[in-house]
Design a protein around this ligand. Structure first.
Ligand code: Z5A
Ligand code: MG
Length: 212
């Protein structure tokens, strides 16, 4: 039956400043978990494939202009449109690695000057991650990496504000990973944390909701 204690997949979120290495590490983690025999999918937000995602993508590449509140709600809607599928995947035993989630939503919009509580409100009721891994790097180090500066938010001053809001959102359960280390080192640290979580969720840890 559908008891709260059925084995399930884990909801693993990677967060961090632009160019901290999230997407690189997410795909390494996907290969690792699959090779370890855990059914796993890699998701990312924004999910640019949906119709809401296409509006977000146009905004990020400066092809459209939107009011700060409007784009905030679109980012949130983009998570809501995936919520039921997310729950179904987790409950049927698939672990989800998610590249950015509600914390990106709140940190980026708050950094633009929107009220943090207003920013959190539309995220209430989305699934809470079982683990948040924060890839920690200074905005200056991140800016030295490839591909920086192509999109709307990639300026050091702005990234410093984003980092401050991530700090505000962070709680003691977050795993802070030094993202300035070599890729292989970062990869190993992430694997340890995530394997433990995947095993814990397989024993039936119940799902919970944001923000609690
Ligand atoms: N946004 C928002 O405002 N609200 C929301 O709700 C959400 C997002 C969900 C697009 O996101 C924007 O949307 C983003 C936040 C905002 N802001 N901006 N711009 P995105 O996820 O599509 O952004 P992205 O451009 O795909 O990813 P990213 O965050 O900028 O980068 P990353 O994934 O963290 O890094 P990476 O692509 O893995 O690596 C970057 C480079 O560094 C690459 O050349 C790697 O080879 C290199 N790299 C990676 N790791 C290392 C190490 N350890 N050493 C040296 N070099 C490394
Ligand atoms: Mg990325």
């Amino acid at each position: 039956g559908a008891s709260a204690n059925n084995p399930r997949g884990a909801l693993i979120v990677l967060e961090g400043l632009d160019r901290s290495g999230k997407s690189t590490q997410c795909s390494k983690l996907l290969s690792f978990l699959k090779a370890s025999g855990h059914p796993t999918e890699l998701w990312r937000f924004p999910d640019r494939e949906t119709s809401v995602g296409q509006m977000i993508s146009a905004y990020l590449s400066n092809k459209s202009q939107l009011d700060d509140h409007t784009i905030h709600l679109l980012f949130s809607a983009n998570r809501w449109e995936k919520r039921s599928l997310m729950e179904e995947k987790l409950k049927t035993g698939t672990t989800l690695i998610v590249d950015r989630y509600s914390y990106s939503g709140v940190a980026f919009s708050s950094a633009k000057g929107l009220c943090i509580d207003w920013c959190k409100a539309p995220e209430i009721g989305l699934l809470a991650p079982d683990s948040v891994l924060y890839l920690d790097i200074s905005p200056e180090r991140a800016a030295e990496r490839g591909g920086y500066g192509d999109e709307r938010y990639e300026r050091v001053e702005f990234q410093r504000k984003v980092a401050d809001f991530y700090q505000t959102l962070r709680d003691s359960s977050w795993k802070i990973i030094d993202a300035g280390e070599a890729m292989e080192e970062v990869e190993k640290k992430i694997q340890e944390v995530v394997l433990d979580k995947v095993r814990e969720c397989a024993t039936g840890k119940p799902l919970s909701l944001l923000w609690s």
